[in-house]
Ligand binder design. Structure first.
Ligand code: ZN
Length: 83
């Protein structure tokens, strides 16, 4: 069909609020580093510098592994507005 600007399955999001969870009981934000060469990864922790230290040690042991991904786990929450 031409001129079809709407997605085929429409979910009605307008009554939902979706935000990073900053409530006191929210799960913590955690950080880890993953080697992009061999996929090995550090433990997830609250301190992002631990992952960076792990990456430097990992490159020290594996001198050809130079690229990493930072894995950030951030809690979010949603709720239905109103009613
Ligand atoms: Zn590696």
């Amino acid at each position: 069909m031409s001129g079809d600007r709407q997605p085929r399955s429409v979910i009605r999001f307008e009554n939902w609020v979706f935000v990073p969870d900053q409530e006191p009981d929210a799960e913590p934000i955690t950080y880890a580093m993953q080697c992009a060469v061999c996929e090995e990864q550090s433990a997830a922790g609250l301190d992002y510098t631990e992952g960076q230290a792990w990456a430097l040690r990992h490159s020290g042991r594996n001198p050809s592994h130079h690229t990493y991904r930072e894995l950030v786990t951030r809690p979010w929450r949603c709720w239905m507005r109103g009613y």
